[in-house]
Design a protein around this ligand. Structure first.
Ligand SMILES: [Zn+2]
Length: 279
């Protein structure tokens, strides 16, 4: 920025302040500049930010959102290292700062199939976001598992890998290749999906404690998850899923204006609809 620009006072100003569910924990040194009152200013998007997140490719690999987050939340210096539990709060914060707190969503009543629109107050959505408890350990015999949240980078890589594998599997039935080859390709894709799951679990395990050692090395933990009893594996997986779900957006309670049926509507921050809906 040019020093002494007389127009500087007209640059965008923070329009809301957010509190991170993580309270700034889990960020590596230098990734977050936490203000003393724990409230992070959020600036509205610039025109460049808006164009950046709309670039389909950039959206997909997460790089676009990283740039937009760092532009709108200047206290976040490295958006790739944001712990998963903070991502929704930050994205909702940017949406509120840029387009206001009210968001229109479309929904179809599952009972009478009536399509209607309703309005969500995103400030309430922000208030409802909870902090999952990563402090408690899970014990199996002599083993104690300690957990940590995935980073935004982990989330992105996993989503991308999963999407690619699902694409392979979805294309399979129509393709011209012989059935025997299809089966082996599907088996391969399923194996790779399992590997992605194992990888995601390992990214969520901070340490494993035995009576004689505290193991934090990812390669050792990965080998354990590949070779442990399925009960241990499933128990660890379920605990991680529970932690993840507890910090997710709660479904919205909707009443159909046509037939008065009350139902839950899931809410996702799928970027394309979450931000595009505002324009
Ligand atoms: Zn209805």
């Amino acid at each position: 920025m040019t020093p002494n620009n007389p127009l500087k006072q007209y640059f965008r100003q923070p329009s809301i302040y957010i509190r991170l569910p993580s309270q700034g924990q889990y960020y590596p040194d230098g990734a977050l500049d936490m203000p003393p009152n724990q409230e992070l200013p959020v600036l509205p998007m610039t025109a460049v930010d808006e164009i950046t997140y709309r670039t389909p490719d950039a959206l997909f690999n997460g790089a676009a959102m990283v740039n937009v987050i760092q532009s709108c939340c200047p206290n976040i210096k490295d958006a790739w290292s944001i712990p998963a539990m903070d991502v929704d709060t930050i994205l909702v914060g940017i949406r509120v700062a840029s387009y206001g707190h009210s968001m229109e969503l479309g929904s179809q009543c599952p009972k009478c199939k009536h399509d209607h629109e309703f309005s969500v107050d995103l400030r309430q959505v922000l208030d409802q976001l909870k902090t999952p408890d990563y402090t408690s350990a899970v014990r199996y015999g002599d083993l104690e598992f300690y957990f940590r949240p995935m980073t935004y980078k982990n989330l992105n890589e996993n989503n991308q890998l999963q999407f690619e594998q699902q694409k392979v599997m979805a294309m399979m039935p129509d393709s011209e290749i012989p059935d025997a080859d299809k089966i082996s390709s599907i088996t391969d894709a399923l194996k790779r999906l399992t590997m992605i799951t194992i990888e995601a679990l390992c990214q969520s395990i901070g340490a494993v404690k035995t009576p004689s050692a505290l193991v934090t090395e990812q390669e050792f933990i990965r080998e354990l998850m590949q070779n442990c009893d399925r009960n241990v594996f499933n128990g660890v997986r379920d605990h991680i899923v529970k932690l993840k779900t507890s910090s997710e957006l709660q479904p919205l309670k909707i009443t159909c204006p046509e037939c008065q049926n009350a139902y839950d509507q899931g809410m996702t921050l799928d970027m394309s609809s979450f931000f595009a809906a505002a324009s």
